[in-house]
Write a protein that binds this ligand. Structure first.
Ligand code: PLP
Length: 418
């Protein structure tokens, strides 16, 4: 590879972790690494086996047994490490597996962890309740922007877990500031970097120890593979790697191949998602039915200046708060619940699929119950929140679809008032 120091990250992502022809190696090679499926790997003789195991114990990544991955996974690990500027990367069968392994790696009974209010719902609902409570690890939620972290620190705080932008409302958090608080105290800073998918934002460069990515989203990019990644700096690597190994976390070579294939086009897909989403977000800002649009690159988004400073782009996630009074008025005029109106809005969309996850080529919509996924911020007085993933459809079709869904919101009232 040439010009690694000055080339654009988009260029490097296309050329990294590839089998390149060399005069003294293979003279002719395919563009992509092969799919190396293996559980058993065979050694030439006992001396080789001992030597491989010795070097593995010293931290070398080498072929020894399928549970530790094969060349296909290594290529994906290397590409993600290069993209994020990390030391090493470990792959997991889902984003949630990467996250729960980080909690298990850095926390022990009696420890305390601070968790950002805006984290991905299952961290609060499943990891806290089903893992931390049983492990006797205590936790407190901090404001999504991290502003109250100092007052919530305890002597036994061993980890700060943040997500920026946050899930559903994309609250921005100043990771530099968090790391300045965490570092001198020996506290591990782990960050969910799924929104930026390792490309638009580099938490490790801002002082985080582990960057966790749900590859399921934009890296895979086609809604057909589950995968997670933990990108580590040098100090977090051994803990993370040893814990992942103890838990038997492994991905298949076929899935690694698919994720690497997705990764190559991620920068251009992200740019297209961002262009569409910016158009939709701007259009939504002008709608009278909408109280607020959540999209970090909009100057009206809270914490926009952090996005401007720390991020190189944006993605396809747009959330809106429908105007509460408007929705309540329409609902009472029809004698139905506000929820029924939201259901009608969602059901009347035709290009937006209804389903979990995001990051594929297609548009999605999902109503969010913010009160269930926030405890520091009070969302009880807000209007209904809808999260859109803006896909790669032509934006004119998406805008027309949204327009007719807004019409459907008041269709019941119009029928009553001829
Ligand atoms: C989807 C998601 C995850 C979990 O990823 P899975 O691969 O679905 O387990 C974690 N964090 C964020 C922010 C996500 O959006």
């Amino acid at each position: 590879m040439q010009n690694t120091d000055t080339s654009h990250p988009q260029t490097r992502l296309l050329h990294t972790a590839r089998p390149l022809p060399t005069p003294d190696g293979a003279p002719v090679v395919p563009v992509n690494p092969g799919v190396m499926r293996a559980s058993t790997l065979l050694y030439a003789d006992m001396a080789t086996m001992r030597e491989v195991h010795r070097r593995r114990a010293e931290g070398e990544r080498n072929l020894s047994y399928g549970r530790r991955g094969t060349e296909t996974a290594y290529a994906l690990e290397d590409a993600i490490t290069e993209m994020e500027g990390g030391y090493r990367t470990r792959l997991f069968p889902s984003g949630l597996a990467a996250i729960s392994t980080a909690f298990l790696a850095f926390l022990a009974p009696g420890d305390h962890v601070l968790i950002s209010d805006s984290v991905y719902g299952p961290v609060r609902k499943n990891i806290c309740v089903d893992v931390l409570d049983r492990m006797q690890v205590t936790y407190d939620f901090i404001a999504a922007d991290g502003s109250d972290v100092e007052e919530k620190l305890q002597p036994r705080t061993r980890m700060i877990y943040a997500e920026s932008p946050g899930s559903a409302a994309y609250e921005m958090c100043d990771l530099r500031r968090l790391s300045q608080i965490a570092k001198p105290r020996g506290i591990t800073l782990a960050v969910d970097n799924t929104w930026a998918s390792g490309y638009l934002h580099h938490p490790l460069a801002l002082g985080a120890d582990v960057s966790l990515i749900a590859c399921t989203k934009y890296i895979v990019g086609h809604s057909d593979v589950m995968m997670g990644a933990a990108v580590c700096n040098k100090s977090s690597w051994a803990r993370m790697e040893r814990t992942a190994h103890a838990l038997g976390q492994v991905v298949s070579a076929d899935d690694a191949y698919m994720a690497l294939r997705g990764l190559r086009t991620m920068p251009v897909r992200l740019a297209a998602h961002a262009a569409n989403a910016t158009e939709v977000a701007t259009w939504l800002l002008g709608r009278p039915e909408v109280a607020q649009v959540f999209y970090p690159s909009l100057p009206t988004h809270r914490g926009h200046e952090i996005w401007q400073r720390d991020f190189t782009g944006t993605c396809g996630l747009v959330s809106v708060e429908l105007a509460r009074d408007y929705v309540l008025e329409l609902a009472s005029a029809e004698g139905i619940d506000a929820q029924d109106l939201v259901d009608r809005f969602v059901n009347s969309l035709s290009w937006f699929g209804l389903g979990a996850s995001w990051g594929g080529f297609e548009s999605l919509v999902l109503p969010m119950n913010m009160e269930a996924i926030r405890s520091v911020a009070d969302w009880s007085r807000r209007g209904p929140i809808l999260r859109f993933h803006i896909g790669l459809e032509h934006p004119s079709d998406l805008l027309a679809d949204l327009e007719s869904a807004f019409l459907a919101l008041r269709s019941g009232v119009q029928r009553q008032i001829p």
